[in-house]
Design a protein around this ligand. Structure first.
Ligand SMILES: O=P(O)(O)O[C@H]1O[C@H](CO)[C@@H](O)[C@H]1O
Length: 342
């Protein structure tokens, strides 16, 4: 078989992750002496090592939290834009501003309060992020997903991710709740992946599978609960795509996503789920559909963040009731990773 060396070399040289990373690289002390193709590889690994977070750093944050609260959470919840009220239902709360937690990034987005709340919910111990981190805030993907590995070290078994998203699927409407069946991790497809760089075997394997990252049993359970709660009329199930943001989609981008089979789009979640799946957490995800993504040049509507937050407020009670009931029915194995710290 003939091998196309030019195409093979081209693949290395135009690796989008390298292009992106070298564009934003502030300084690279040791790459200047390398030859052209190896310097691309070298620059990329320098960026990775700068972004890399050591196991000790995750552990330090987990140890600090365990020294500040007696709660040992089994379930973690990440609240999407405008969905921070999920944390308010926790009983016997201990809460921490992100700015007080060693190693934690800071939230900069309106609708993301920046608090980590521990507490009890229906007999389960939970930890809830009132505010998440996004790539477009300038965080590396390792930083945006930092809390997920900390949760693992705290002994969490199940991660519930929520987000606000725009819909592409024709039958979806603002106010619908979409159970995430699968995702398209667009940053990951071009090499921007929180797992890039040396693999930390203590968390998981070099090549984790993503074919069942949204737990099927939890998805079925959530649909059952929605029926019982009389809200199945606006429940959906579908594919979420993570894009980099911070701009909303152009019409051509919206049409492309639609053609690709994406049902809802947002600027978060997939990276967190990749890291959670890598370290063996069970994941449930939901998107609150806050707007339709404009797909027609005839449509004069346009989306804005205030509108996104407003729909979050309007549907907050429904989301809260669904998630609360789901948590009450989750079975816990009691693998106490906080005692058997990896
Ligand atoms: O994904 P969450 O954090 O819910 O936020 C969504 O809402 C914001 C846009 O309004 C973006 O950050 C998008 O990702």
């Amino acid at each position: 078989m003939e091998i196309n060396l030019v195409a093979a070399a081209g693949t290395t040289l135009i690796n989008p992750s390298c292009c992106f990373k070298s564009t934003f690289s502030s300084s690279s002390s040791s790459s200047s002496s390398s030859s052209s193709s190896s310097s691309v590889v070298c620059q990329s690994s320098i960026m990775h090592s700068k972004d890399q977070i050591s196991h000790d750093e995750y552990q330090k944050t987990a140890d600090w939290l365990m020294s500040q609260t007696k709660h040992r959470p089994q379930v973690a919840i990440i609240c999407g834009s405008g969905l921070g009220m999920l944390a308010d239902t926790l009983k016997c709360q201990d809460s921490f501003a992100y700015s007080d937690i060693p190693g934690f990034p800071q939230s900069t987005v309106q609708g993301h309060a920046g608090r980590l709340v521990f507490g009890e919910l229906k007999g389960k111990t939970c930890v809830c992020m009132q505010g998440r981190f996004h790539m477009y805030e300038g965080h590396s993907l390792a930083k945006t997903t930092f809390p997920v590995r900390v949760f693992k070290l705290l002994g969490v078994e199940t991660l519930i991710v929520t987000n606000a998203a725009g819909s592409l699927a024709d039958g979806f409407h603002p106010g619908d709740i979409m159970i995430i069946k699968d995702h398209v991790n667009f940053p990951g497809l071009v090499g921007l992946n929180p797992l890039s760089g040396p693999n930390d075997d203590k968390f998981g394997p070099r090549f984790p599978a993503m074919s069942s990252c949204y737990d099927k049993d939890l998805r079925c359970l959530a649909l059952d609960i929605a029926k019982q709660q009389g809200v199945s009329g606006f429940m959906q199930e579908g594919v979420y795509a993570m894009v980099g943001g911070p701009n909303f989609e152009s019409i051509a981008e919206a049409r492309l996503l639609h053609r690709l089979g994406v049902d809802a789009v947002g600027m978060s979640t997939a990276a967190e789920v990749v890291v959670a799946t890598h370290c063996g957490l069970r994941v449930f995800g939901l998107s609150l559909i806050t707007n339709k993504v404009v797909k027609s040049y005839e449509d004069s509507e346009s989306v804005n963040h205030d509108g996104v937050l407003e729909v979050g407020r309007l549907r907050s009670l429904t989301v809260q009731q669904l998630v609360t009931e789901l948590i009450s029915r989750i079975e816990i194995n009691n693998n106490d990773d906080s005692k058997n710290a990896v």
